[in-house]
Design a protein around this ligand. Structure first.
Ligand code: ADP
Ligand code: MG
Length: 585
């Protein structure tokens, strides 16, 4: 008998199951690695778990009530941060609802990426009646800068990186990613997934302007007798505020901002020609257009403009040059580089401008401002209020809080608010922009508040508010510092339209422009448990708005206007296809 044998210790062999991840995780992780902080969207099949995965990796997911508003938020995020806002939607109708906002972003040159869940394309292509079958990729294509489809999880990181680059490069715009159910559902070993991620280089590559073009532009501007600078939202977007200030102040050039460029240079600064728009159009001999298009908002650069005018145009998009009117000195390239080059070419040289030009514009501004403040005070009834009386209360409060971002839409509400409220900081005004669309208010307010952390006041017509009003719920759920001010005149334009029919089937219907004068939009604050105010005088409005802004919490104010406050189509009645028929009494 020897010593007892001991059985050697056996290390239990646990079978090795590699950790696995889904396409949804890969999507979340791909966005995270590109430093996308926030995704705006509305979940459902097949993207619900993708949104959970985003939260899990630390991305803020802002869930909306309507995809279009989530898209407006993403677009505004893109405009204010110069990085793509991201929208997540379900397939079919969710995709379509979001696409409106993405198309609007493309038109306005805001960088954004719409990611939509999509049915298996092989079944869509064969019309095999799959769930929510729609050829989303081809539907999106004509409305976006670029469109990609992920059919496999391995495609996701490169699709997201390429979408990012496409959204911010050249002229910014909307990009679409068709995120198919098979790609989202695919399961991979984590270590294989890890190999898919890469750090893309130069997601934004600025394009340098041509030296001859810079020289020509500098000489044209220096030779002007009556120069002006027209600032568009492309100039605001580019975040080149110091260079624009330097050009304007060093060479003493009057400037005229487009609506969303208000505040890029102060609206009430000594060289602001905000009140002299028609004089600039008629009399300026050289106008440098910086990040604006000579489109319908600028009478296409002709007609009302001096026929002998020379335009200098700075734009990143070569196809923008000579649209509607020939450009004497185009400078195509990144705004920052173009301005640096022009400033260098002008350095030490003197403008030939007639000194009387600036002084006459300043005198005109002074006279117009007197008239304008009369309209806001003397001519504005205290109760029931019109737009001007409401604005007499809103104007001083917004101007005393310059860092509040102003979101603005409506017809008369848009026109009158834009005219009344002076902005003094860049990128603090977001409105319905190039397409003049209604239905961006709540989404843009949310995008502005979330992407900047700033307070927002949304001044909305009652009709405009109706398009996006349900997403006031999102403002409340996320406790955003947003005050919604609804100027309620009970209608599209106003409440005094009259149904002209004598047909008994329709004669008692409301007129097409008639909405709800007595509607108490403030009660939406009760529904969602936030501060709410109903005001009927400028004093009450002033008190409510001051309190709401000071609270830094969600609030809604119904501002009761008179039924006849406001006119059809606001300032752009001339765009109606026929002369306005007077259906009012
Ligand atoms: P607005 O409505 O204020 O007149 P638009 O949207 O019509 O402005 O025009 C903005 C212009 O700015 C577009 O033509 C766009 O190509 C240009 N743009 C946008 N971003 C940049 C940039 N970073 N550098 C140069 N141009 C830009
Ligand atoms: Mg109205």
């Amino acid at each position: 008998m020897g010593t007892p044998t001991t059985t050697p210790a056996v290390t239990p062999q646990t079978p090795h199951f590699p950790e696995q991840v889904t396409g949804m995780y890969i999507l979340a992780e791909a966005l995270k690695r590109l430093e996308i902080p926030t995704v705006y969207g509305l979940v459902g099949i097949p993207v619900t778990e993708a949104a959970y995965a985003m939260q899990k990796v630390g991305i803020k997911f802002v869930g909306f009530r309507f995809e279009q508003q989530a898209g407006m938020a993403a677009a505004t995020h893109g405009y204010l941060t110069k990085t793509p806002g991201v929208l997540l939607t379900v397939s079919s109708l969710g995709f379509m609802n979001g696409l409106t906002a993405t198309a609007n972003a493309t038109v306005n040159c805001y960088p954004m990426i719409q990611i939509s869940g999509a049915s298996d394309p092989t079944m869509v292509d064969m019309k095999m009646g799959t769930y929510e079958e729609l050829d989303q990729l081809n539907t999106a294509r004509p409305l976006v800068k670029a469109a990609f489809r992920c059919s496999h999880a391995k495609d996701i990181p490169s699709a997201v990186a390429r979408a990012y680059r496409a959204a911010v490069s050249g002229r910014p715009g909307g990009v679409y990613i068709d995120m198919t159910t098979p790609a989202l559902a695919e399961i991979m070993n984590r270590e294989d997934a890890e190999k898919l991620f890469y750090q893309p280089v130069d997601l934004y590559s600025p394009v340098s302007p041509n030296a001859d073009a810079v020289q020509r532009a500098a000489e044209t501007l220096l030779s002007a007798k009556r120069p002006a600078i027209l600032l568009g939202k492309g100039a605001a977007y580019a975040q080149v505020d110091d260079k624009i200030k330097k050009l304007i102040e060093t060479y003493n050039i009057p400037y005229l901002p487009m609506s969303m460029a208000k505040g890029l240079m102060p609206d009430n600064g000594p060289l602001s020609a905000l009140s002299c728009r028609s004089t600039i159009m008629k009399e300026a001999d050289v106008v440098m257009v910086i990040g604006a298009r000579l489109n319908w908002m600028l009478s296409f650069g002709k007609g009302k403009w001096n026929p002998a005018i020379k335009f200098i145009q700075l734009d990143v998009e070569p196809q923008e040059i000579d649209v509607n009117v020939p450009i004497a000195a185009p400078v195509v390239g990144d705004m920052g580089q173009s301005l640096d080059a022009i400033l260098a070419a002008m350095d030490g040289k003197k403008m030939q401008a007639d000194p009387a030009w600036v002084t006459s514009l300043q005198a005109e501004t002074k006279a117009k401002n007197v008239k304008f403040s009369e309209r806001l005070t003397a001519a504005a009834p205290l109760s029931p209020m019109n737009h001007w009386s409401a604005l007499s209360a809103i104007k001083p409060i917004i101007e005393a809080n310059p860092d509040v971002i102003l979101v603005n839409e409506g017809a008369n509400t848009l026109d009158d608010t834009r005219d009344a409220i002076d902005m003094s900081l860049p990128r603090h005004r977001v409105d319905c922009a190039t397409w003049a669309i209604m239905g961006m208010g709540m989404g843009s307010a949310i995008g502005a508040a979330v992407s900047t952390g700033k307070q927002v006041v949304a001044v909305e017509g009652d009709s405009a508010f109706g398009f996006s009003g349900m997403d006031f719920a999102t403002i409340c759920r996320f406790k955003l510092p947003v005050t919604v001010v609804v100027l309620n005149n009970g209608g599209i334009y106003n409440n005094i339209g009259v149904n002209p029919s004598t047909d008994p089937r329709v004669e008692s219907d409301p007129a097409p422009t008639t909405l709800d004068l007595q509607a108490r939009y403030d009660k939406m604050g009760e529904v969602f448990g936030v501060a709410n105010y109903y005001v009927t005088t400028p004093d009450e409005l002033s008190k409510a708005l001051t309190e709401a802004i000071a609270s830094k919490k969600p609030a809604i104010i119904d501002v009761q206007l008179a039924a006849d406050a406001g006119k059809e189509s606001g300032h752009i009645g001339y765009l109606n296809p026929t002369p306005l028929i007077d259906y009012t009494v």
